[in-house]
Design a protein around this ligand. Structure first.
Ligand SMILES: C[S@@+](CC[C@H](N)C(=O)[O-])C[C@H]1O[C@@H](n2cnc3c(N)ncnc32)[C@H](O)[C@@H]1O
Length: 347
């Protein structure tokens, strides 16, 4: 087998393993949990009942073990590929890196998602993350349909002048916003220079005029009252609650009267087993701020920052995207409990 085939085989193996974990192992453990009789009580009672199930250790180990395998396979597959913002650039995409920015310790101390070195520490980290993210989404978001659905169903149609996407990563949440609202100035904000560089390269390749700016989500450096829409996807569970409170304050500072906030993330479902699996996903996937975020009252945090109408609604990435209330259709396989936090600046 050639080297390239070898690397592709490793990626295919991990993807298949993760799919079977989600669509076969998870329903099996779930069945064991239901058969044992769901315990009444708090998370600790649910947790000890789940941990006693025969298949639970396999489920838990495979979740973490396959994630580690994923990064190894992906790093080999992209083998030092380094993004270059100039390649394919149309001259309309801009990249604003800040060499003086000090990354916070809570951000650099963890290999988030178990990606060795995180998404910020090496020039090739973003290329690794780009392929890894496809595998994490089980190959179901290869064309970023999911992010398009967010832009098209969770964001009201309006004539936005300026849109800011916080924690934009390598840009897959930002490009669809520019496509959906081509007249708006669109700005992607992230701490990670490698991600922003790849985001700008990919935007250039697609002919999308977007500003990618290295800054913290709680201190963007943009003018007060200058933003009509502020978004994020898969961002709020990655920051500590104290920083999140600052992010809401920054959003309130940036939003013009009547401006909108739309954050896509996760919420508890009320299904004890499923919610436990999600809380423990935080630990097994090195996402330390996810469990506190799932327990916190984010609408109350948004209100405390001065925003109005704050509430969560569910999001179904397989069909209509944003749903009208915080309730999801039943599904047997493991999947993320996606939800959209909505709020607005008073007019
Ligand atoms: C899971 S990624 C999501 C990327 C993209 N929004 C998406 O949906 O694919 C989270 C991103 O948030 C960034 N991030 C985390 N904390 C941040 C902060 N305080 N300020 C700005 N970006 C941050 C990370 O660097 C990472 O690129």
């Amino acid at each position: 087998m050639s080297d390239a085939l070898d690397r592709q085989a490793a990626v295919d193996f991990v993807l298949t393993l993760r799919r079977r974990w989600a669509d076969t192992l998870y329903p099996h453990v779930r069945g064991e949990f239901d058969q044992a009789g769901a315990p009444a009580g708090d998370t600790a009672a649910v947790q000890s009942a789940a941990h006693a199930l025969p298949t639970y250790p396999w489920f838990a180990w495979l979740e973490r073990g396959s994630q580690k395998m994923l990064w190894r396979a992906v790093a080999d597959a992209v083998a030092g590929r380094v993004p270059c913002a100039d390649s394919g650039s149309t001259g309309t995409t801009s990249l604003e890196l800040d060499p003086t920015l000090v990354l916070p310790a809570w951000y650099t101390d963890w290999d988030i998602h178990l990606q060795p070195g995180g998404v910020w520490s090496t020039a090739s980290a973003a290329a690794v993350y780009e392929l890894g993210a496809k595998l994490v989404m089980l190959g179901e978001n290869d064309d970023y349909r999911f992010h398009r659905l967010f832009a098209e169903t969770a964001v009201p149609r309006r004539d936005y002048r300026r849109i800011v996407d916080l924690g934009c990563g390598f840009g897959k949440s930002t490009w669809p916003l520019k496509r959906a609202f081509p007249a708006a100035e669109v700005i992607g904000i992230d701490l990670a220079a490698p991600c922003l560089t790849l985001a700008a390269q990919r935007a250039g390749e697609q002919g999308l005029a977007i500003r990618f700016r290295q800054a913290a989500g709680d201190a963007t450096g943009l003018e007060p009252g200058s933003v009509d829409l502020i978004t994020s996807t898969m961002f709020v569970h990655e920051v500590p609650l104290g920083v999140l409170a600052e992010v809401f304050r920054e959003a309130a500072r940036l939003l013009a009267p009547g401006g909108l906030l739309r954050f896509l993330d996760f919420q508890p479902t009320g299904d004890a087993f499923r919610d436990l699996a999600m809380i423990e996903h935080g630990a097994r996937n090195n996402e330390p701020f996810m469990p506190p975020m799932l327990r916190a009252d984010l609408p109350a945090m948004a209100r405390a920052a001065g925003l109005a109408g704050a509430r969560w609604v569910a999001f179904d990435e397989r069909s209509e995207g944003r749903l009208s209330e915080l309730a999801w259709p039943a599904r047997p396989e493991w999947h993320f409990p996606w939800a959209v936090l909505e709020a607005e600046q008073r007019a």
